[in-house]
Design a protein around this ligand. Structure first.
Ligand code: UDX
Length: 428
């Protein structure tokens, strides 16, 4: 079975590699010629642990192109284009509409299944189906993978959700089942449902996780006020088996485009339908507010805070990724700079540092912590949750630093060890 995948973003690349590994012939299309050129030379255009190695393994089964004309060769076409939000928080569906029109214009034989992988609001699959015409079968099948854990998430998902239009042909259902047989045989829940239910599942799942984060973040502010410890408090909650422990870390708030964009899109979908998403609106507000809370914490520490010479560690929206979109670290630096702070930044991932230099030339990034003159550093701020941060030579840093103060926006350091060395340690 020959399969096409449109767009070479995160979801594409994992999907393409997985299908190629299972022996399917995969062709990937992107309208970005530079990206396709790089991929033809087997340069992994984005960073994800193990991606380079896996790409090298499946070379035989993956091809790249910018030409929609080649679509005629395949039975199934995955559409995994980007669906960002616009200024009014609505999902921008331009890319998905354009891809649908291009498919329609370039296909001679209509016996094709179009699988929408992108996260799309209610009604989009119907729109795509209307653009494509009655001979195309549209199936919605979004992805739940996380960056940094994407490969693992893809091979061992909690569930596979396949969303059909009510009157989908039996033949189409069989084709998709064949494609996902690997998961079905492993007894991974395989859910078939209708478009309307389906389109909401991805938004509901992401928004629920974001709700857990905002809930614990809001509590962290009260805990701080009354002298309680939010990490111990979170443990006390999740030891109740009905409350699962993940996403109960009170940090700087959630980043990247998925949670912020899907939460905002869900708020908009409520209002478009004449309803108010009270909980989800509060989730979004709390996330904005958490960054200000952390900033106030820094600001209120000393009355006459000298904003100069701050070292902020880590830049990406979470560890082991080069993705800077909606990174809390970047949002933090922008607020610090507004206050006149001179900030030095560091991220252990070279690709993340490269991206900062390209997209945020105003940020002063260093390549090696060894090059930092700690005698000129007043504060250290931790913005991304790298566990490996605990392995730095803190005693050595303490012996050199101008003011031994650490603000840990990810509660990641071993506070007893850090305090024992002599640092003033402030966490969420
Ligand atoms: C998320 C969903 O997890 C995934 O299922 C979906 O398909 C895409 O969006 P991702 O954005 O890659 O994945 O990362 P995730 O690990 O979920 O973290 C999102 C953000 O939440 C990060 O900024 C992280 O730092 C933050 N976070 C996570 C918290 O602030 N607290 C937590 O307890 C967990």
């Amino acid at each position: 079975m020959k399969i096409w995948i449109i767009w070479t973003g995160y979801v594409w690349l994992i999907q393409a590699i997985w299908l190629a590994k299972l022996g399917f012939d995969v062709v990937s299309l992107d309208i970005d010629e530079k990206k396709i050129e790089d991929l033809k030379n087997w340069i992994a255009v984005i960073y994800e642990p193990w991606l380079k190695e896996l790409l090298a393994e499946v070379k035989e089964n993956i091809k790249f192109t910018t030409n929609y004309k080649d679509l005629n060769d395949c039975e199934i076409i995955f559409v995994a284009v980007w669906t960002p939000q616009d200024k009014r928080w609505r999902t921008n569906k331009d890319f998905i509409h354009k891809a649908s029109i291009s498919i329609k214009q370039n296909l001679e034989n209509n016996d094709k299944v179009i699988v929408i992988k992108s996260t799309v609001p209610v009604g989009t699959n119907k729109e795509v189906s209307e653009i494509l015409g009655e001979w195309f079968e549209v199936v919605s099948n979004p992805e739940f993978l996380r960056e940094w854990k994407a490969i693992n998430d893809f091979f061992e998902p909690d569930r596979v959700v396949v969303w059909f239009w009510k009157n989908v042909k039996w033949k189409t259902k069989e084709k998709i089942r064949k494609l996902y047989n690997y998961f079905i045989e492993k007894n991974i829940p395989y859910i078939e449902t209708t478009w309307e239910t389906a389109e909401l599942i991805k938004y509901a799942a992401n928004s629920f996780l974001a709700t857990k984060i905002s809930f614990i973040n809001e509590l962290s502010q009260l805990a701080d006020k009354v002298g309680a410890d939010i990490q111990e408090l979170a443990n006390g909650i999740w030891l109740d088996k009905r409350i699962w422990k993940s996403f109960l870390n009170a940090w700087l708030g959630y980043g990247w485009s998925c949670f912020p964009k899907d939460v905002k899109s869900l708020i908009h979908q409520f209002s478009e339908n004449g309803l108010k998403g009270n909980i989800i609106e509060a989730v979004d507000n709390t996330n904005q507010n958490q960054l200000n809370y952390f900033l106030n914490k820094i600001e209120n520490f000393y009355d006459d805070l000298d904003w100069k010479n701050l070292l902020v560690l880590w830049l990406a929206f979470k560890p082991d990724t080069d993705d800077l979109r909606e990174s809390r670290a970047i949002a933090l630096i922008q607020k610090l700079q507004e206050k006149g702070a001179e900030v030095v930044w560091y991220d252990p991932l070279e690709k993340a540092r490269e991206n900062v230099r390209t997209f945020y030339p105003e940020i002063n990034v260093i390549d090696d912590l060894q090059n930092v003159d700690f005698s000129k550093i007043n504060w250290i701020i931790i913005a991304t949750e790298y566990e490996s941060f605990n392995d730095l030579d803190w005693e050595n840093i303490f012996s050199k630093i101008s003011m031994p103060v650490i603000f840990d926006g990810r509660n990641i350091l071993d506070k007893n060890k850090i305090k024992k060395i002599g640092f003033i340690y402030k966490k969420i």
